[in-house]
Write a protein that binds this ligand. Structure first.
Ligand SMILES: [Zn+2]
Length: 377
């Protein structure tokens, strides 16, 4: 609205409704103190005595004033609804008309406020799904919680098979001997007491000096000779292996791989079908070695590993003491520690749990650890 619409003579813009029903845009000149106002428009030139004017509020939600008069031709009215014109009426018109103009202006303001509120509400409703998506972009866990359990475990097995062919292709698998037999004994004991699962666990010993063990999805578990060389007993190795098995049972790698496929693929899988996701996840598994578990996942693997060890009548502090010895003795950061951070805090947590649960019934593994160590030198 333009202030120049009200000139020095107090020009007011409106629409004239003539007795014959025609509507014409007009300008009303209302000089201060005038006894007569002039209504001018296209082919319109009417002078109206101020005494003969009455005002009635109207328009959408009371945002307008009708200036009404009668002459020989009948009743005419000029409808004024622009804020500047209503303001000019307030300044120049008779008290009754000025009051009607004031009421119309506040009615228009109220309507505008309500309109803004309505627009705001609609915008909020429309924006809500986008806000939800934006939230999930930074906190994808609810999406992952939904998608991962719906992925068939065939994906895990496919990834596991991939890792196995890579591992076997590298030619470092130690097929037999005391060390391989120790790994088999550990695996057999843990598997015999594992909860029901849809996977096929397979354990291989790989000649590699780094102190490490890892488990691919689907149950392909790799133990390095370096891990055995640095462990004080087969039970300690069993602790690490139980933890790795827990990662498989909880599908932690698959979850991390799904996380990596990207947010929109995840959204698509959530609202559509997970079928297309499988191939993408298997494809992404090429970078399996670079995958990091979250602290929560490590804690979950500790807990399930602990339960596995207890069920298998193996000492639960094996992994804990092993991590602690690694942290003290080893120069640099061994591979196992770099993928399992925060060992001190985790060790303390498991110790507290073990104190609470009381001493477990322990059945030592039938492994000649001295012979194992000798075979590795
Ligand atoms: Zn772990």
């Amino acid at each position: 609205m333009d202030g120049s619409l009200v000139d020095s003579r107090g020009e007011i813009r409106g629409v004239l409704h003539a007795p014959d029903g025609r509507a014409t845009r007009v300008a009303v000149a209302w000089p201060i103190g005038a006894r007569t106002i002039s209504v001018r428009g296209d082919g319109i030139a009417i002078d109206v005595p101020v005494d003969g004017l009455t005002a009635r509020s109207g328009g959408w939600r009371g945002g307008a004033v009708h200036l009404i008069w009668s002459d020989d031709a009948g009743a005419s009215a000029v409808t004024v609804d622009e804020a500047t014109s209503l303001l000019a009426l307030e300044e120049r018109a008779t008290p009754a008309i000025a009051e009607a103009a004031r009421a119309a202006r506040s009615g228009a303001r109220r309507t505008k406020r309500r309109f803004r509120l309505a627009v705001g509400l609609i915008a909020a409703v429309v924006a809500l799904p986008f806000l939800a998506l934006a939230f999930l972009l930074f906190h994808p866990d609810p999406l992952l919680d939904f998608v991962v359990p719906r992925l068939p475990t065939a994906i895990d097995r496919q990834i596991g098979a991939m890792v196995r062919s890579q591992t076997e292709g590298a030619g470092n698998v130690v097929p037999n001997g005391p060390a391989a037999a120790a790994v088999d004994a550990i695996a057999a004991r843990l598997l015999a007491h594992a909860p029901e699962h849809p996977y096929t666990f397979e354990f291989v010993l790989v000649r590699d000096e780094t102190v490490n063990a890892f488990a691919a999805p689907g149950g392909f578990v790799v133990v390095h000779t370096g891990l055995l060389a640095h462990a004080a007993s087969a039970e300690e190795v069993a602790g690490v292996v139980a933890h790795e098995m827990a990662h498989v049972l909880e599908r932690h790698s698959v979850r991390q791989l799904v996380r990596e496929v990207g947010f929109w693929a995840l959204v698509a899988a959530t609202f559509g079908s997970v079928d297309g996701l499988g191939g993408v996840v298997v494809d992404g598994a090429r970078n399996l070695a670079q995958l990091d578990f979250s602290r929560d996942q490590e804690r979950a693997a500790d807990d399930l590993g602990y339960a596995l060890l207890r069920a298998a009548s193996l000492p639960t502090d094996g992994m804990v003491t092993f991590f602690e010895r690694l942290a003290e003795d080893e120069p640099g950061v061994p591979a196992l520690l770099s993928t399992h951070p925060g060992s001190a805090e985790r060790a303390e947590r498991l110790r507290a749990r073990a104190r609470e649960d009381g001493a477990p019934e322990v059945r030592p593994l039938d492994v000649d650890w001295v012979a194992v160590q000798a075979s590795l030198r």
